[in-house]
Design a protein around this ligand. Structure first.
Ligand code: ADP
Length: 542
């Protein structure tokens, strides 16, 4: 027997419509590409999103057509996002930090018809445009007075284009399974692959993610996602803020500690989110200036493991509660969150900080398990590592255009490519990417755990571990460090420092100092590149 409830499709347009009706006067504040602060409200955003939809229809964008954005987190990007998905188009957020060949590949693979781009990217795209085969028109996200001279074909001024419309528009009643967004994985191996989000998956994830134990959104919060919208929908945060009517603060292209701190103070930010590299910059700035983070209640850290030292700095030194999260582009991206339980919230600080190094428990809508190489279920004992598999309504079932073939096993599980433990309480901890574990004498050494221990050294700014071939052990760990400015740490000192932090046989065989580490476009250490750099490296006793 079927239930007798209304058919109310889960559409992205419903989110911004709800915000405009119920929280219409709440602000979206942007530190713009041009520099000054821009303010408007959810009601303004909704109106402009409708104008975007009208303009796209007038242009001839059909349901399912891909429309690219190459843009920072700004109010224009937000209204575009809602406008494109709301009218039935697919908002394809391109990561501008990808390499030239990847950006060209992605735009061609997606068959983007129109590209909206910030002025920051005009000269870059002028150079690429001849190789982007399907883009007919480039819309530059600026007002007439800021329009650059450009050789981009059919270049249009966004403000003129949008403001030609009147906003008298009804959102179409799409099927909730219609595609809403497209985001390519960073492609650290092989070509980038497209993850095609639906209206339903975006809305469902945002509804769950607003919960108190997840992002903890509420109408009296001021939320600043420093994670870019081209990085897996800014982890869904701009949807979640609109869903509850929280004030949204956007940092545009400004990621330095000083600007982030100014925004936090001036806009009274209570909650923020980003990758560890961003927080390193902010924490350094606070240390140098003696400034505080007094209004901030929580920081969401994800994308890479949050090191213990960072968790302690936020919680002990600045009184900011850390929420450690794990996910991936294929998961829209939220999978787990390290919210405390009724029991663990009472633990002594040190024990809680250790627990917060784990990536946390699955949220409703994500099933998760660990399995061995043969697919056998492994115990939830907090010690046994295995392949981390996930399943749920906002997890990809295949890549765009079937790239890479089938990605689910017979029972519908998706292999995250991560290796993890899950403890008795359900707290998952990533021990590594499957391809990054160091396989020493048949046992696995977690490169992440070693890196996290190494960055706990006061003179180390960043650390990476790779496996280097070894005649006896097959592989042994090599630790590569970037020291803090003016400091140095040698092999003996580092091994001594690590002695009580990791098992003896995990100690790196050698420690090398470099000026900088290569990073992917989403701020993760690019291990493939490091392995190339250190190809043929001879360990001291090998
Ligand atoms: P995202 O866009 O969310 O960073 P990507 O698809 O680029 O996602 O990368 C996902 C991978 O990033 C995960 O499979 C995992 O290896 C890593 N990752 C994400 N969050 C964490 C975390 N909190 N700790 C450790 N690794 C993480």
């Amino acid at each position: 027997m079927l239930g007798l409830m209304q058919d109310w499709p889960l559409l992205v347009s419903k989110i911004i419509e709800h915000a405009a009706v119920n929280h219409g006067d709440v602000e979206i504040v942007t530190k713009t590409v041009e520099g000054p602060i821009h303010r408007y409200t959810y009601a303004d955003c909704h109106l402009r999103a409708k104008k975007v939809a009208q303009a796209l229809e007038r242009y001839g964008i059909q349901p399912g057509d891909r429309v690219a954005t190459l843009a920072w987190n700004t109010y224009r990007h937000v209204e575009l996002w809602y406008g494109i998905s709301g009218m039935g188009g697919v908002a394809h957020t391109i990561n501008p930090r990808l390499f030239k060949d990847q950006i060209i590949y992605i735009a061609n693979h997606a068959e983007d018809r129109v590209m909206f781009l910030d002025t920051s990217f005009v000269s870059m795209i002028e150079e690429y445009q001849d190789q982007m085969k399907t883009i007919e028109t480039f819309v530059i996200l600026a007002a007439e007075e800021h329009m650059p001279e450009t050789s981009l074909k059919n270049a249009i001024c966004y403000e003129t284009w949008v403001e030609a419309e009147d906003g008298d528009y009804d959102w179409p009643k799409l099927d909730e399974n219609d595609a809403a967004g497209l985001c390519y994985t960073s492609g650290t191996t092989g070509n980038p692959k497209g993850v095609l989000y639906s209206n339903r998956s975006n809305v469902l994830m945002s509804m769950v993610a607003t919960g108190r134990d997840v992002l903890g959104n509420s109408s009296w919060e001021v939320i600043m996602p420093v994670v870019p919208m081209f990085h897996a929908n800014a982890w869904g945060i701009p949807y979640g803020t609109a869903a509850v009517g929280a004030k949204l603060v956007l940092n545009g292209p400004h990621f330095d500690g000083e600007t982030l701190h100014d925004l936090i103070e001036q806009e009274e930010v209570t909650s923020t989110a980003g990758v560890p590299t961003i927080w390193l910059g902010l924490l350094n700035y606070l240390e140098e200036t003696g400034k505080r983070l007094d209004g901030v209640k929580s920081v969401l850290i994800g994308g890479s493991a949050a090191p213990l030292s960072m968790i302690i700095a936020f919680e002990r030194d600045y009184g900011v509660s850390v929420r450690h999260a794990w996910g991936m582009t294929e998961m829209s991206p939220l999978g787990t969150i390290g919210a405390m339980t009724r029991e663990t919230v009472k633990w002594p600080d040190e024990a809680r900080w250790e627990l917060k190094c784990k990536q946390g428990r699955a949220i409703l809508g994500v099933e998760m398990k660990i399995a061995d190489d043969d697919g056998n279920l492994l115990p939830r004992d907090g010690k046994t590592f295995g392949h981390l598999l996930v399943r749920g309504p906002w997890i990809a079932s295949e890549y765009f255009r079937g790239e890479g073939g089938s990605i689910l096993d017979a029972d519908g599980w998706f292999d995250s490519g991560d290796v993890a433990t899950i403890d008795e309480r359900g707290f998952m901890q990533i021990t590594d990417r499957a391809k990054d574990v160091v396989k020493s004498g048949g046992e696995w050494i977690s490169s992440i755990e070693l890196e996290n221990a190494a960055v706990g050294h006061p003179d180390v700014a960043e650390a990476a571990v790779i496996g280097v071939p070894h005649p006896k052990w097959s592989e042994r760990p090599l630790l590569i460090i970037v020291p803090q400015e003016g400091k140095s740490v040698d092999r003996a000192e580092m091994r001594e420092f690590l002695t009580d932090k990791v098992a003896k046989w995990w100690l790196p065989d050698d420690v090398v100092t470099v000026d900088e580490l290569p990073h992917t476009a989403t701020g993760k250490i690019l291990k493939t590149e490091l392995r190339k750099q250190f190809e043929g490296y001879k360990l001291p006793d090998a």
